[in-house]
Design a protein around this ligand. Sequence first.
Ligand code: DX5
Ligand code: ZN
Length: 226
Amino acid sequence: MKEPIIAPSILSADFYDIGSAVRYIEESGCPWLHLDIMDGHFVPPITFGHKMIADIRAKTRLFLDAHLMIEEPERHINAYIESGADAITFHSEACVHSHRLIQSILHAGIKAGISIVPSTPVSSIIPLLESVDLVLVMTVNPGYGGQKLIPFCLQKVEELRRIREQEGLNFLIAVDGGINVKLIPDLVIQQPDVLVIGSAFFSAQDKKQFVTNFLDAWISPIRNID
Ligand code: DX5
Ligand code: ZN
């Protein structure tokens, strides 16, 4: 059974002390750090922008996974490319010329990702799958941490895996929203490659232990069924 990449989202961290949040992620052994950029238009809240990524980039070697929940991401893409993010994912719903934007990100030597909200079907991004490095399946309606996972979204992971295999493609499949240890038996069936985890990670007293327990349960999921 392949171990997933866990990407803690600093959305659920204490914004007064982001340095500690980054260290918690480093010390937990997770290789990725997920950054939720929200503009108050595509989603209601506003979080932070490219300067936050650049400042974190200066202090860590973690893989920085930027998730742009912003309208017209093409208008801001240069700043995010220059921020030092390792991967930039934008929403298919927020951009008309998605293919062009993917090419701009890839041209800069950065991994490119496309994301879909729960109401967007996988079929709408099929033409893009051969170009992207990552597909981020939102398993909640984006905008807030701490929500409950919407079960039907998980079927998209299986659909994407099937297309990936049939077409011989290489993109990673990530899920984002409402992921916690109790859902492992459902998640294991779908086999996503990357799990974005916000509130469950940051509410754990011992983050390293949380990750160890999570990955142990992934290998023997049956133990976690209540
Ligand atoms: C939600 C964000 C998520 C969020 C996940 O719009 O994209 O990355 O931080 O948080 P949890 O794990 O609490 O759902
Ligand atoms: Zn996210």
